[in-house]
Design a binder for this molecule. Structure first.
Ligand code: IPD
Ligand code: CA
Ligand code: CA
Length: 271
């Protein structure tokens, strides 16, 4: 990356600014609603309907902001699904609230995730963690940034010093046993394994060098799309479990710094 690309990336291009604006507005709406969650924990019905409304409200804000700025682009959104656009090259992929279960339980670890898919590849990504006001962004060839500071994946190469994040399959998922086998392999050789409950943030944290790697199966396009751009632009590696680039179609991802990819892939390989 040349110096002018780095400067553009740090400020954010016009495209990124549109995405950052949408993520910021949606994130602030989520934080306002999150403030009311604690009061609802004690109600018998629980805050589930309230959270679903907060989620839809955030998605509406993103949809309207992005549509105003780029009227011809299409969408793939978690709540609304596919919205066809006149421009077939550009499509937004949006998760308005990643970490729903955390949000529902009053745990302040959740994010807004917005990606732009251009001609079939993940081109730009913004992930916003609103409680801590951390805005992660990346655009192809421009680098990855956190609130304007350049991001690099971690340089640690020894597994015994490495921290890995994952997602634990929950009720209704069939892959509990294979997951336990993977976990057993990784926990035996690493410094620790984390499960924070928001895949988009797991990927952003790999880009920020906080974890050496992340793996999860059973993900949707909107969980991964923005994070894929971030990890790549921070100098990391992102593949499916078979070391190919079919993360979205297979719903699985291994994202690491440059040096631990092979090792993590071998550990999580399902026989
Ligand atoms: C979920 C989170 C979680 C992951 C799940 C996702 P949601 O997204 O990213 O970390 O383990 O597979 O569905 O439902 O909170 O948007
Ligand atoms: Ca999600
Ligand atoms: Ca979601």
């Amino acid at each position: 990356m040349n110096k002018s690309a780095a400067r553009t990336g740090a400020r954010g291009s016009a495209l990124l600014n549109v995405m950052i604006d949408a993520a910021g507005k949606a994130g602030r709406s989520l934080v306002r609603d999150f403030g009311d969650i604690e009061n609802l924990q004690v109600s018998k019905k629980g805050p589930a309907d309230f959270v679903s409304n907060a989620d839809k409200k955030a998605e509406k804000i993103i949809f309207e902001t992005l549509t105003k700025a780029r009227p011809k682009f299409g969408f793939l959104m978690e709540e609304r699904g596919v919205v066809e656009g006149e421009d077939i090259s550009n499509r937004w992929i949006v998760d308005p609230l990643d970490g729903t279960l955390n949000f529902l339980h009053g745990l302040p670890h959740f994010a807004v995730s917005i990606a732009l898919e251009r001609d079939g590849e993940m081109y730009a990504g913004v992930i916003y963690e609103p409680v801590s006001d951390q805005m992660f962004w990346a655009e192809k060839g421009q680098g990855a940034f956190l609130n304007g500071r350049r991001l690099r994946v971690s340089a640690r190469k020894d597994l015994e010093e490495s921290v890995f994040a994952t997602g634990i399959p929950f009720m209704g998922r069939e892959d509990h046993q294979p997951f336990l086998a993977q976990l057993e392999q990784v926990m035996a050789v690493s410094a620790g394994v984390r499960r924070f409950g928001a895949a988009a943030l797991d990927l952003a944290y790999v880009a920020a060098g906080r974890y050496e790697g992340f793996w999860e199966k059973g993900l949707n396009a909107w969980d991964m799309a923005a994070g894929i751009v971030l990890v790549r632009e921070a100098g990391g590696m992102v593949t499916d479990f078979a070391n190919r680039a079919r993360m979205i179609s297979r719903g699985e991802v291994i994202a690491t710094n440059e040096v631990t990819h092979n090792a993590l892939r071998k550990l999580v390989k399902i026989p």
